[in-house]
Design a binder for this molecule. Structure first.
Ligand code: PEP
Ligand code: MN
Length: 349
């Protein structure tokens, strides 16, 4: 059972309810998000206690059969959630976010060259992995801490924000000072202990969909983060495994439109991993924009054919520049503006 407290619940009243539950020996888990508190109770309460709970003035509703996700649902919060990251709005309904960069940070020259080029096009978020979750233990594993330092300094040199992946709980503290957004990879989406720890982080979390995960499992993963204290979650559809192996993954475009209905959280599309092929990244990027995505996460490399990871799906710098042009009319028809076009004055200090 779940109790939802009123938005304007007095702290004293809420404390009285928690005290009452404690006195009755009922274990509780309380989470506050978007200004409202939710209390989860152990099952098997007597009818008397249930009745008594409803008498507390702070109680807005009791849910006997709660949905598996509550806080991230559109029913809980009808308006879109958005927030600033380094002054740039993410998830704002009239903005389309572009986050781009190499799969992995490989060396100083390539990350600086990428940051310089992208920043000239107005890109405000530089992505790049320093710790890479590779399928083979013999593949390039990333530069680790050196990679973090490089992406941070390249981003700072060109006024950009850093999106980088955290692959394990033990690395959260190391990566946090270098990142503006912490990425949770597809392989970690169901690592619930890790998600709970990220709930304690003060950095926004970009949560990729697990490659074998249903939409509802993805939303429950987001619920783990939000219910543990971190409201700033960005969902990212990156393709799923299906019966068809012709592409690396099956980009689930319908999931983007669906999740925009089911949840108030921002949703990005990642057509690089979604298709595995650079020539399909353009069409699928436009498709993501057309179905209502809040932005894109794109892999870009100065020399895709010599990339140490995911070269086949990476756009060259020039291909990326062309994509920004062909994307724009689709973004505009959805009543949005690419954040690459946001002027310095509209970026919050
Ligand atoms: C990545 O963004 O480079 C990555 C490893 O993504 P995913 O977790 O979606 O495979
Ligand atoms: Mn990659």
């Amino acid at each position: 059972m779940i109790i939802l407290l009123k938005h304007d619940a007095e702290p004293l009243e809420s404390a009285a309810l928690l005290r009452y539950l404690d006195q009755q020996g009922i274990a509780t888990f309380a989470a506050t998000a978007y200004g409202q508190t939710l209390i989860r109770l152990q099952p098997g309460m007597s009818a008397d206690i249930r009745q008594r709970i409803n008498d507390f003035g702070s109680v807005a509703a009791t849910l006997d059969k709660p949905e598996d996700y509550v806080l991230v649902s559109r029913a809980f919060r009808p308006s879109n959630s958005w927030f600033h990251v380094g002054g740039v709005p993410v998830g704002k309904p009239d903005v389309f976010n572009i986050m781009a960069g190499p799969c992995s940070v490989e060396n100083e020259e390539m990350i600086y060259q990428t940051a310089e080029y992208l920043s000239r096009l107005g890109v405000k978020f530089l992505r790049g992995g320093a710790y890479k979750p590779r399928t083979s233990p013999y593949s390039f594993q990333g530069l680790g801490k050196d990679g973090l330092k490089l992406i941070r300094s390249a981003a700072d040199a060109y006024g950009m924000r850093v999106v980088t992946e955290v692959i394990d709980t033990s690395l959260i503290d190391e990566i946090t000072p270098y990142a503006d957004i912490l990425q949770v990879g597809s392989r970690n989406m169901q690592n619930y202990h890790f998600l709970k720890e990220l709930g304690k982080s003060n950095k926004p979390i970009l949560l990729k969909r697990g490659m074998f995960s249903r939409v509802e499992e993805w939303l429950m993963a987001a619920e783990y983060i939000v219910s543990n204290g971190n409201e700033k979650v960005i969902l990212c559809e990156r393709g799923i495994r299906s019966f068809d192996t012709i592409l690396r993954n099956t980009m689930d475009i319908s999931a983007i439109a669906l999740v925009k209905e089911l949840s108030h959280l921002p949703v990005l599309g990642d057509p690089s991993h979604g298709t595995g092929r650079a020539d399909l990244v353009g069409p699928l990027s436009r498709a993501c924009a057309a179905v209502g995505a809040d932005g894109l996460l794109l892999e870009v490399h100065p020399q895709p054919c010599s990339a140490l990871s995911d070269g086949k799906q990476s756009l060259s710098l020039e291909e990326f520049a062309r994509l920004m042009q062909t994307l724009e009319p689709v973004v505009n028809i959805m009543h949005r503006q690419q954040d690459t076009q946001l002027h310095a004055a509209s970026i919050k200090k």
